[in-house]
Design a protein around this ligand. Structure first.
Ligand code: UT7
Length: 326
C-alpha cells in the first residue's frame, strides 16, 4: 500500500465580519458572555454570492495552487458540508465543473463538523490502494444561513467559510499514520437541523416554507466533545505507536475554547501545542479544521516533517481523528 497525505492546503473566508458587539444589537447577549463562555470574538458571514459552492471553489483553487497541482490531475473530489446550496446536485459535482476537473469522481459527505476529517481519511484510503492519485477534500459551510437569530444559545457560535486539502501519495513514513473514526446515533437529537422530516405533508402553498435552523443541547454536546476529542486522539495515537509528547501540533475542531482547554487537560498537552483560531471565525463546522490547518501552515506553526493530530466531533453524533506526518 502506498503512503497518502496532505500535500497542499487552501481556504476562503467571507469578507463580512460580525463581532460580538454587533450581536449585542441582535439578541440579548454580551461580548463578555460570549468571550468567557466560548472564546469567540468575531465570525464571518457569507454575502449572497458567497454560497457554500462558491466558497468551496475558492478554497479548492487555493489548495491546488499550494500543492502545485492542476485541476486536470484531480481524480476525486469530496466535499464535507451540512449547508449545501442544493439537496442535489452535490456541491462536489459543482466544484468539479467550476475548477475544470474532467477526470474527477465527486461526492458529498455529511458528517457534521467531523466531515472534513472523515473526508481526508476516506481520500487516503483511495490513494493508498491506488484507486486514486490526487484527491481534493473540501469543508465548506454557510452556517449563518441556518442559524436561528433569535436563539442566543446558538446564533453566537457559528460562522461561514471553507477550507480544502489536496491529498496525494507521499514518501513512505510520511502522510497518514493512523486514524480513529466513530459515531453514536443515539445522540442525534442533541444537535440537528431538520430537512424534509417536517415537510411530509403537502405544503399549504407552492414550495417549502421557511428554512431549517440549528437546534443544539449545548451542555450535552459540550460533555460529549471533551470526552471524545481526548479519547479519539489517544486511540489514534496508540494505533500510530506514538505518545502525546511526540506530537508537534494538535488542530482541534474550533467550537469552544473551553472544550479545547478541557480536552487538552485530559490529554496532558500544553495549550501552546494546540492551534486555535476560533476567536476570529467561531465554529465553521466542517470548514474549521482545514481553515485552521491552512493558517497553521502559512504562519509557520505547522512545518514539513511535523507530527500533526486533527481531531473533531459533531452532529451524528460523530467523531474522527487523524495522525499525520506532514
Ligand atoms: O461543533 C459542534 C457544535 N457545538 C458545540 O461545540 C457547542 C458545545 N456547547 C457549548 O459550547 C456550550 O454549552 C455553550 C457555549 C453552547 C453554552 O455554554 P454553557 O456554559 O454551557 O452555558 P449554558 O447553556 O449552561 O447557559 C448558562 C446561562 C443560561 O442562563 P441561566 O439559565 O443560567 O440564567 C443561558 O440562558 O447563560 C445563558 N446564555 C447566554 N447569555 C448571554 C446562553 N447563551 C447566552 C448568550 N448570551 N449568548
Amino acid at each position: 500500500m502506498r503512503s497518502a497525505g496532505i500535500v497542499g492546503l487552501g481556504s476562503y473566508v467571507p469578507e463580512k465580519v460580525l463581532t460580538n458587539f454587533d450581536l449585542e444589537k441582535i439578541v440579548e447577549t454580551s461580548d463578555e458572555w460570549i468571550t468567557t463562555r466560548t472564546g469567540i470574538k468575531e465570525r464571518r458571514v457569507a454575502a449572497a454570492h458567497e454560497t457554500t459552492t462558491a466558497m468551496a471553489i475558492e478554497a479548492a483553487k487555493n489548495a491546488l495552487k499550494d500543492a502545485g497541482v492542476s485541476a486536470s490531475e484531480v481524480d476525486l473530489i469530496i466535499v464535507a458540508t451540512v449547508t449545501p446550496d442544493y439537496f442535489f446536485p452535490s456541491t462536489a459535482c459543482q466544484v468539479q465543473h467550476a475548477i475544470g476537473a474532467p477526470n474527477a469522481a465527486a461526492f458529498d459527505l455529511l458528517v457534521g463538523c467531523t466531515g472534513f476529517v472523515y473526508g481526508v481519511i476516506v481520500a487516503c484510503q483511495f490513494i493508498q490502494t491506488g484507486a486514486s492519485n490526487c484527491a481534493l477534500v473540501i469543508g465548506s459551510e454557510a452556517l449563518t444561513r441556518i442559524v436561528d437569530w433569535t436563539d442566543r444559545k446558538t446564533c453566537v457560535l457559528f460562522g461561514d467559510g471553507a477550507g480544502a486539502a489536496v491529498v496525494a501519495s507521499v514518501p513512505e513514513g510520511r502522510g497518514l499514520l493512523a486514524f480513529d473514526l466513530g459515531s453514536d446515533g443515539s445522540g442525534g437529537p442533541l444537535l440537528k437541523a431538520e430537512a424534509l422530516q417536517s415537510c411530509c405533508e403537502m405544503p399549504s402553498s407552492v414550495g417549502l416554507n421557511g428554512r431549517p435552523t440549528i437546534y443544539m443541547n449545548g451542555n450535552e454536546v459540550f460533555k460529549f466533545a471533551v470526552r471524545v476529542m481526548a479519547d479519539s486522539t489517544l486511540a489514534a495515537l496508540q494505533k500510530a505507536g506514538l505518545t502525546v509528547d511526540q506530537v508537534d501540533l494538535i488542530v482541534p475542531h474550533q467550537a469552544n475554547i473551553r472544550i479545547i482547554d478541557a480536552a487538552a487537560r485530559r490529554l496532558g498537552v500544553p495549550m501552546d501545542k494546540i492551534f486555535v483560531n476560533l476567536d476570529r471565525y467561531g465554529n465553521t463546522s466542517a470548514a474549521s479544521i482545514p481553515i485552521a490547518m491552512d493558517e497553521a501552515k502559512r504562519s509557520g506553526r505547522m512545518k514539513e516533517g511535523d507530527i500533526v493530530v486533527a481531531t473533531s466531533f459533531g452532529a451524528g453524533l460523530s467523531w474522527a481523528t487523524f495522525v499525520m506526518r506532514m
